[in-house]
Design a protein around this ligand. Structure first.
Ligand code: FES
Length: 156
């Protein structure tokens, strides 16, 4: 092998590798552009979780369920019907719980108090005019079954 043949082979190999790298780069750029143009799912999918039979809900009693994201949902029956709330305090995100003796939701972090409808009545959440976030709820009257709507955190 002469020196010029070696240089030629090296040149050919370098060109092949550069061409492959260039083709790979353009391919990745095209794939990213295609993914950018695909419509995104704007709303997260909602899954309906079984939350018990209707007769399991007595007035003033709050039942807790864990959503797919691991956060608890508080379901309460009142004279006005059944409602579901997020247990995440709107102030700084601590966990709110139901106090049956006072018929109110309480956040221990900064003594935030919410009435039975989830409206803040004292503490920092009341000062900020906040309320507990509602969670979608559905009652199948024919089957007398309650479902809560939770965000699907699974991929796909
Ligand atoms: S986090 Fe609930 S009152 Fe502050």
């Amino acid at each position: 092998m002469t020196r010029s043949e070696g240089a030629t082979r090296r040149d050919v190999l370098a060109r092949v590798l550069m061409g492959a790298g260039l083709a790979l780069s353009y391919g990745l750029l095209a794939a990213q552009g295609f993914l950018f143009l695909l419509p995104r799912r704007l709303e997260p999918k909602v899954r309906w979780l079984f939350a018990g039979r209707l007769d399991q809900y007595r007035e003033g009693v709050v039942r807790e369920f864990t959503g797919l994201d691991g956060k608890e949902i508080l379901v309460r029956r009142s004279t006005g019907g059944i409602e579901a709330f997020s247990s995440v305090c709107p102030h700084l995100g601590c966990r709110v719980h139901w106090v049956p003796s006072r018929k109110e939701f309480f956040c221990p972090c900064h003594n935030g108090v919410f009435d039975g409808d989830g409206v803040a009545v004292s503490g920092p959440p009341a000062d900020a005019g906040q309320r507990l976030a509602r969670v979608p709820l559905r009652v199948d009257d024919a089957a007398e079954v309650v479902y809560v709507g939770v965000r699907d955190v699974r991929k796909g």
